[in-house]
Design a protein around this ligand. Structure first.
Ligand SMILES: Nc1ncnc2c1ncn2[C@@H]1O[C@H](COP(=O)(O)OP(=O)(O)OP(=O)(O)O)[C@@H](O)[C@H]1O
Ligand SMILES: [Mg+2]
Length: 339
């Protein structure tokens, strides 16, 4: 990157908000969304869809967008049939406990379904002789089984076509032992089968281990790779450069038309991940704002450090080799310099 400074007019708006609220419909998003649209349909055999990709690829942004557009498309159906919710987004909890908290997870789903969480899931009864309210015997009102039943009923009654579970790798990370994990995923699978709701599990590459758990699960799971842009494909490099241009156009006064000339450096530093690009640019914008003018120095200070980049790259390369051996074979030499 050149070291010349460029002074720009004052920005005068909430820069971070402007940049983070901008959603670029870039090539990779369109590809993954279109594959998901094709595979989500009533009575599909793919009860579980896995969307795996590197950190900062834009997985959460895509997940939320998927759900928002399903709600948009289903608007008239929702109006005509009060209570229908075509799609739901939840984040798998990371409770800090040793075991994945299914209770917390079910509660999050119920919140999205508009369920009254305070109401006991197993209703209190009324004694026909005394007229008094009696507690249900055995399990407490909000036992795991009761919550699961409430989720099942909610998904079915609200005709949820798909449930996006973001950060689904938390389920794996917090479950010790292959057998237990298999049981838990069977829970998701049977939830999908009983409610007719497809589960879209989104997460980093470690989520991919799911397919090796059981043949039955593997058969019912389709994997989508939300991969970063590739250096060996000119169309990918162009698509990434278009993202830089789109960010530049979001705040033309800030960058003063100077951003796209750094596309190649940004491509290398952000490991070709659009979410990481966004984070770097927001940081650069804030640094520029703090000193009152934009300079290449702000951009350089906002870049990932070599240590960060190395760590992320290691994880990406491991994930890419696990998910697609052919991809690894033809992977280009990684540019190691910071910019
Ligand atoms: N298509 C996009 N257009 C504009 N900004 C985007 C886009 N995709 C992601 N971003 C921005 O990049 C940042 C990171 O994206 P996101 O959280 O979706 O990535 P992720 O793959 O889910 O990362 P993580 O590994 O942290 O889960 C967010 O601030 C988001 O607003
Ligand atoms: Mg995410």
């Amino acid at each position: 990157m050149s070291q010349t400074n460029e002074t720009v007019p004052p920005i005068g708006i909430d820069l971070a908000k402007a940049l983070s609220s901008k959603r670029i419909k870039h090539t990779r998003v369109t590809e993954v969304m279109s594959e998901l649209h094709t595979l989500i349909y009533p009575s599909s055999q793919d009860s579980i869809l896995l969307v795996c990709g590197p950190t900062g690829a834009g997985k959460t942004t895509l997940s939320r967008h998927m759900v928002e557009s399903a709600l948009e498309r289903g608007r008239s159906h929702m109006k005509a049939n009060g209570g229908v919710i075509p799609a739901v987004y939840v984040e798998a909890p990371s409770s800090g406990e040793n075991d994945f908290s299914w209770k917390l997870f079910y509660r999050r789903i119920l919140t999205q379904l508009g369920d009254d969480l305070d109401a006991p899931k197993k209703l209190y009864g009324v004694d026909e002789h005394t007229g008094r309210v009696v507690r249900p015997r055995g399990s407490t009102g909000n036992s795991l089984a009761a919550l699961r039943t409430a989720v099942e009923r909610g998904l079915r009654e609200r005709q949820v076509q798909f449930l996006v579970i973001d950060e689904a790798a938390h389920i794996i990370r917090q479950t010790r032992g292959k057998h237990r994990l298999e049981i838990q995923l069977d829970t998701l699978k049977s939830l999908a089968n009983q409610c007719g709701t497809q589960m879209v599990l989104v997460g980093a590459y470690d989520l991919y281990q799911l397919v090796s758990l059981s043949a039955q699960l593997a058969r019912r799971t389709h994997v989508l790779h939300f991969e970063r842009y590739r250096e060996d494909r000119p169309e990918d490099v162009k698509a990434f450069e278009r993202c830089v241009l789109a960010f530049e156009k979001t705040l033309p006064n800030l960058w003063g038309g100077q951003l796209t000339q750094h596309s190649k450096g940004l491509l290398g530093n952000t490991l070709r991940c659009v979410g990481t690009l966004s984070s770097v640019l927001i940081r650069a914008g804030k640094l520029a704002e703090a000193v009152g003018s934009w300079s290449v120095d702000s951009l350089e200070r906002a870049l990932l450090t070599e240590a960060q980049r190395k760590r992320i790259l290691e994880e990406i390369i491991d994930g890419e080799s696990a998910i697609g051996p052919s991809f690894t074979r033809i992977m280009p030499r990684i540019q190691r310099s910071a910019v």
